[in-house]
Ligand binder design. Structure first.
Ligand code: UD1
Ligand code: UDP
Length: 388
């Protein structure tokens, strides 16, 4: 058989792992492709939970996570340590995902090594360099040095076209998060794991971890939750608390040992998906949850001022509400007391994908195999502002 295409997938955090796992599983089925996985382990426990669920044993593990790490150390560690991995693996293409520091620093490392990059979940934008920070610039930098753009929606395609990316290499694939969600729901028995919900109460699920919300905004959110529980005796709040110490400290201080507020460790993805399905309302500043929850028909209140995922806002299932205590309280109160308002948000529509995104990405790589193997790809580089 002719030479196989070697694809190195690099990721480091929980959401990247969730969204790259189905791509890896799909590539593994193809006879003409050799997929390898390198984890930076920007996250450790939260990454390992996902690797175990999808039964992925990484070929390389940089194990770089440090307690309360800063962006400078993280960036330089990934950038430098990926050099050796790229030399050892010697891939024809490197796939990265989304907008984390692992993604951005790996892309620069791959660029220095002149290995083409395929960016999964390319083209998301708020057009505000500090919001979300540093993710907006992470994804812009990654798109600047990518050769293949796997864009989840039409809007992300348009963002890439406006930036001057080569139209012939922008592919609208849908978001692989839907593939991951469907895989998990179909392959893992529904269970809430260690969570013991009171079936007589409605559940509000909350997650929050964005850097913009550290300090006062996150404290406001916690106080709003206290107000909600105090004024609605039929409500319980479940909060799987992100392991970032900037989240752990205020959440445990304000919400620890409060009646009908359950704080847990981050949940494995399968129980978390079940918990989303069981919930009445979801509050979050997460990117991935904004994409998953609409397909479960759950109203989502987003604890941010801006989003790079406006599609579900336009569909009506997601509302951007920020972190003002009174505003959070009044919108949750409205959802709890106004049935028609609740129904208007609880429609199961999903603008993000149909569960086949990973298959499309694998098909595209297979079709471009000869070009990539013969390194006939330098012309794909797309400088900013290029005319298409
Ligand atoms: C990172 C990403 C963010 C993404 C989020 C998903 C960057 C700059 N940030 O933010 O875009 O939305 O992941 O969750 O890339 N920690 C642990 N164990 C873990 C994970 C984290 O203890 O398994 C703690 C460590 O103290 C670590 C800290 O959390 O230093 C922060 O982790 P880091 O990846 O830098 O930032 P996140 O806030 O997780
Ligand atoms: N998630 C999980 N367990 C949890 C909380 C979230 O498995 O306790 C999943 C969630 O379903 C989504 C992803 O983690 O797929 C989102 O990750 P996160 O919010 O950390 O990052 P973001 O998407 O904001 O980058």
């Amino acid at each position: 058989m002719s030479e196989k295409l070697k694809v190195l997938l690099v990721f480091g955090t929980r959401p990247e792992a969730i969204k790259m796992a189905p791509v890896y599983l799909e590539l593994s089925k193809r006879d003409c492709i050799i997929p390898e996985v390198c984890v930076t382990a920007q996250h450790r426990e939260m990454l390992d939970q996902v690797l175990e669920l999808f039964k992925i044993s990484p070929d390389y593990d940089l194990d770089i996570m440090q307690h309360n790490q800063d962006l400078w150390t993280l960036t330089s560690n990934v950038l430098y340590r990926m050099k050796t991995i790229i030399e050892k693996s010697n891939p024809h293409i490197i796939l990265v995902h989304g907008d984390t520091t692992t993604t951005m620093a790996t892309s620069i490392s791959a660029f220095y090594s002149k290995v083409p990059i395929g960016h999964v979940e390319a083209g998301l934008r708020t057009y505000d360099i500090y919001y979300p920070f540093p993710e907006e610039i992470n994804r812009v930098v990654t798109d600047c040095v990518s050769s293949y753009f796997f864009a989840p929606t039409e809007l992300s395609v348009q963002n890439l076209v406006s930036m001057g990316a080569n139209k012939n290499y922008i592919f609208k694939t849908g978001n692989t998060v839907i593939d991951a969600l469907l895989y998990t729901v179909n392959n893992h028995k529904s269970s809430l794991g260690m969570i013991n919900l009171d079936k007589n109460l409605k559940t509000i699920l909350i997650t929050a971890h964005r850097r913009e919300n550290f300090g006062k905004p996150l404290e406001n959110v916690c106080h709003a939750l206290l107000d909600i529980v105090k004024n609605h005796s039929d409500i319980q709040v479940v909060y799987p608390v992100h392991l970032n110490p900037n989240v752990q400290e205020p959440v445990k201080r304000i919400l620890g040992n409060q009646e009908r507020i359950i704080l847990t460790k981050p949940l494995d993805y399968a129980p978390f998906a079940s918990l989303m399905a069981e919930s009445h309302i979801i509050l979050t500043d997460s990117g991935g949850i904004q994409e998953e929850a609409p397909s479960l028909g759950k109203p989502v209140l987003v604890l941010r001022e801006e989003t790079e995922r406006p599609e579900a806002v336009e569909h009506g299932t997601v509302k951007l509400i920020g972190t003002n205590r009174e505003k959070i309280y009044s919108l949750v109160d409205k959802l709890l007391t106004d049935n028609s308002f609740y129904s208007s948000m609880a429609e199961a529509t999903n603008p993000y994908g149909d569960g086949l995104a990973s298959k499309r990405i694998a098909d595209i790589l297979e079709q471009n195999r000869q070009n990539l193997i013969s390194k006939n790809n330098i012309h794909l580089k797309s400088p900013l502002g290029q005319e298409n």
